[in-house]
Design a protein around this ligand. Structure first.
Ligand SMILES: [Zn+2]
Length: 539
């Protein structure tokens, strides 16, 4: 019976240093013993490789037209026939198999065409500095392989050195829309950005695979992040157009005058989990600090009231709306929102309506950016605050709570907030100290928001519409929202992506992807991906 002891390293065996040195000696001995024949063979392989490369480069760099050779077309047709034959021989295979197999069969010819077309484009690019347009010196050719919609493409590009800028440039890369080091074509860049901003990267990779894109999890994740940074750059420029008063005036008056309309702005925030303090928990606790995991994402939406309608199923839809979303603080939100509002008609709106819950930062932002706007407290938040008092006094879900709160809810809907406040104040002396404190908080909430609680005319208008005796003015009014449902549903939609179980983000990571998502929702995707514009070929 054999034992395993001989294979287990022991302290009495040679040390690692000794073993390495022996291995080096062995390698040298082997090298000197390699017959000259083998050496010559290796040299030939290297030389052949270089010659093949040089030939490929020569062929590529003189290419002036993207086309398939007759033999390639024939090979493709033969392959397609063979695939279809198999499908026809199998009665159980349906149109799905036909679609799948045809797509696969056309992949290689398309890859070749894409590679050659990209090459033609690269060949036509002047070898000049993209920054200062000076001619590049020390020009050479170098190939690069990138992931494309049709598979890997190898493209040869001329490059050179700009003495004025002191940098090497590949002008063809700019012309082709390729990142400096990133291995993705513009379409792959776009799809990575789109999928990863909509779903976790593990799922995105699988979906991409079904769409015929062979991308790694890591590659896709990195590409999406790069695209997010690009989106942030674009956004910074867009918001930067607010730098001077003249520019703001220009943007405000850019649109043609239309029928009078109301511009609605809704603002809210939700929290996202980040691992900013990851691994520092102990250290922070020792300093008496609490590690922060949750951070605010600030959000706003802006739309014209006349762009809000109803589907056949009575569901409210807004046909055109803008979003501003950021993890970078209230100031950042404020600037993004203002820029978006200008684009959506802030300069022409007859009435600007800001609706939100009672958070103080929101009203400060509204006062600062939209000083002439009408401020409105979300009716349902106001009602919730009354329900909180009812539950505190009479217990959750009790008929007493219901009976107590009923008349007060009615008073809120009739703009009698002052009466509600005095009813709450009268309760105070009868309560315990802890309850008194809670009640005081609620009283202050209503006191701060009294001027924002004017719902009666809208609710009356809606009633009149139902009863069929509404005036023209009431028909208009009935459409005005009394709640901030539009922003709340938007928050929930973002949370479906960014607030999943077990998800942790970094500020750089979540901001980049949220920026992409917002660009998509704002209908500005083509700003980053001009090829994604449906009419791109016609422009
Ligand atoms: Zn230059």
């Amino acid at each position: 019976m054999t034992t395993l002891t001989s294979t287990i390293p022991t302290t009495t065996g040679p040390s690692r240093q000794v073993r390495r040195s022996r291995a080096r000696v062995a390698a040298r001995t082997l090298a000197s013993a390699t017959p000259p024949v083998e050496n010559r063979r290796l040299t030939q392989v290297i030389l052949d490789g270089a010659a093949t490369k040089a030939a490929a480069a020569a062929q590529a760099t003189t290419l002036a037209k993207a086309q398939l050779a007759e033999a390639e077309v024939q090979a493709w047709l033969k392959d397609m026939d063979a695939r279809l034959e198999v499908i026809f021989a199998h009665p159980e295979q349906n149109l799905g198999e036909i679609e799948e197999q045809l797509a696969r069969s056309v992949q290689e010819p398309l890859r070749l065409l894409a590679q050659r077309a990209a090459q033609v484009k690269a060949n036509a690019v002047l070898c000049e500095c993209p920054e200062c347009h000076g001619l590049l010196t020390e020009q050479r050719w170098l190939s690069r392989t990138i992931h494309s919609r049709f598979g890997p493409l190898t493209i040869w590009r001329r490059y050179g050195f700009c003495p004025r800028c002191g940098a090497w440039h590949f002008p063809a890369d700019y012309a082709l829309g390729l990142g400096r080091k990133a291995p993705a074509s513009p379409y792959v860049q776009e799809i990575s950005a789109l999928l990863v901003s909509k779903m976790p990267v593990e799922q995105a990779v699988l979906v991409a695979e079904r769409l015929g894109l062979d991308l790694s999890r890591c590659g896709m994740h990195q590409e999406a992040h790069r695209q997010g940074l690009k989106a942030q750059e674009w956004r910074a420029q867009f918001v930067g157009q607010l730098a001077t008063w003249d520019q703001i005036q220009q943007l405000a008056t850019a649109q043609a005058p239309t029928q009078p309309f109301t511009l609605v702005i809704e603002i809210d925030a939700w929290d996202i989990r980040e691992r900013t303090d990851w691994g520092q928990t102990k250290q922070l606790r020792a300093q008496g600090k609490k590690p922060e995991r949750w951070h605010w994402v600030y959000m706003a939406t802006v739309f014209r009231l006349d762009h809000r309608g109803q589907t056949a199923g009575n569901r409210a839809v807004i046909t055109q709306r803008g979003y501003a979303v950021t993890r970078l603080g209230i100031e950042a939100l404020s600037a993004q929102l203002y820029r978006e509002a200008l684009d959506r008609g802030l300069g022409q709106a007859q009435l600007v309506l800001v609706i939100a819950d009672g958070a103080l930062w929101i009203w400060n932002l509204a006062k600062d950016r939209f000083p002439g706007a009408r401020q409105e407290l979300d009716l349902f938040h106001a009602e919730e605050h009354l329900w909180a008092v009812a539950h505190e006094l009479y217990g959750k879900g009790t008929p007493e709570a219901q009976a107590w709160v009923g008349p007060l809810l009615q008073q809120i809907r009739e703009d009698q907030t002052v009466a509600v406040i005095s009813a709450l104040s009268e309760l105070k002396p009868r309560l315990l100290e802890a309850q008194q404190k809670k009640l005081q908080t609620q009283i202050e909430y209503f006191e701060h928001n009294t001027q924002r609680m004017k719902y009666k005319e809208v609710l009356d208008a809606r009633k009149a519409c139902e009863e069929g005796n509404a005036t023209e003015e009431q028909k208009q009014l009935a459409n005005r929202p009394v709640g901030s449902g539009a922003i709340e549903s938007a928050c929930r939609q973002y949370q479906c992506r960014f607030k999943r179980t077990g998800q942790f983000w970094t500020t750089a990571g979540d901001e980049a992807l949220m920026c992409l998502e917002t660009l998509w929702r704002n209908g500005r995707w083509h700003e980053l991906y001009p090829h994604a514009k449906p009419s791109v070929a016609l422009n």
